[in-house]
Design a protein around this ligand. Sequence first.
Ligand code: AMP
Length: 281
Amino acid sequence: MRTIRTVAELREHLRATHGTVGLVPTMGALHAGHESLIRVAREEADHVVVSLFVNPAQFNDPRDLAAYPRDEQKDAAVAARLGADVLFAPAPGEVYKQGHSTKVVVEGLGEILEGAHRGPGHFAGVCTLVAKLFNMVQPDLAYFGQKDAQQVAVLRRMVADLDFPLEIRVCPTIRDPDGLALSSRNARLSPEHRQKALGLSKALNAAAQHGLQAGEAVLAEYGIAPEYFAAVDPETFEAPGDLIVIAATIGHTRLIDNVKAATPDSRGADPKGAVSVLPTP
Ligand code: AMP
């Protein structure tokens, strides 16, 4: 695996490759969730690029950005072990050159729920970076996690609206055995807060099986006051719908998660079955 830091070197490298290119955008601190994306990319694409960039533009809280875990050496070892061809790890100044003043904004969808709570700059930051990565790497396939369901919906909108010639692939949420969705931020949870954070997936599963009120009862039991807890349409993120989404701050750590509501047939089945991949439009 080759580590590349500049757009010029990346372009030169990709010009010499053949076949399909798969891109896995990440902010590093790679865990089994990221690994699953890289594995699927490795299976589907001829050439796999993993990008590693902690994007300042999508953080509304400078303390959150400063505390974001960073360990490039370890991430490079993970990406190499999984067979990535390139780790693209540019410095902030390579991505946002002096005078940068363009933003990609997905109106409406990018301004509700996560967009409202993290501020409208959040998804504009995500979309601007991902649009730049799409132009830099020019992938045929781009891999994202269902864990960030609204991000997937916003990026699908952007790809459709701006005619990016690529396909978005969505991979299921990877969880610890006790249900906690993997996140680079979990490392910041104390043992007590990690225990409390289990209330998120438990509330989602209760809501998936028995409706939002059942989920709200679980949240109350765990002493969690969510920023939002709603059943929304997986494309528009407007209520009502069959995707149950939650955001809550546990201690100082903001966590998000989601599951698909159980269909009448799957009700009573293993709640993990409620977690699924967003349908391709
Ligand atoms: P991040 O590094 O947090 O920006 O995440 C990079 C990609 O990994 C995004 O597409 C995320 O949705 C995805 N991802 C993060 N956590 C998980 C998880 N637990 N399961 C599956 N995908 C994930």
